[in-house]
Design a protein around this ligand. Sequence first.
Ligand code: DGL
Length: 265
Amino acid sequence: MKKVVIFDSGVGGLSVYQEIYALLPQVQFIYAFDNAAFPYGELDDATLIKRTNYIVTLLANQYQADLVVIACNTASTIVLPSLRQQLTIPVVGVVPAIKPAALISQTKSIGLLATPATVNRAYTHQLIQQFANGCDVKMIGSTRLVEMAEQKLRGKLVDIDELTEILAPWQGTVDSIVLGCTHFPLIKQEILLALNHQVNVIDSGKAIAKRVALLLALPTDVAAITSSIKNVTYSSAATSDAAALNKSLNEMQLDIIQDLNYPHF
Ligand code: DGL
């Protein structure tokens, strides 16, 4: 059985996990999140690189994983070179889907919704230059939206008025938006509501799932597995509302959260 480690700072990577699971239910998933250092969008680069490398290599080795997915744009836009040096298995990164958004946009005015760190990354600016040259790319970097997604997975409602206020600069000004943070597909319906359903919304999840299937050379037409593959979840600190979050995880065929026993630097 193939094993895949999926990593994020919090619940965001679950949006990517869900797409991969839908395509590849025959895989065992190890989902890990570094909530002790959440939010990654406000973390300094050196700490982010150190923590991601440590946690991901630890789990990849422990489970003898076949592939790793860094299901976090904030981490992927900076950590992939060092991580790939340390691992011999494929490392798939999730980065903002600028290219499809630029292609689909009629008005050539697009929005990039990401974390504060991702909108500032050189990597992101290179992506825009390479794939959205000639487009007006308006960026919003928001940690508040990341928190809203965390709350939603713990059973709380998203405040649409607050969301509408954050997205106000885009009302009527962009026709396509990129969800450049893996937390945001989890609140896609709310984002659409806040923008009056007037935009195309693009994220990287499905493309990542196809890439994983290709790299693992697995068939994508396997019916849902009823046997007992145990998909496990690890966090680096105790989580708030653990019971509510575990309920959401169970609905996604993930086992309850275990402690990663992350050493404190
Ligand atoms: N889910 C992450 C991303 O894709 C980061 C969220 C955060 O911790 O700030 O960028």
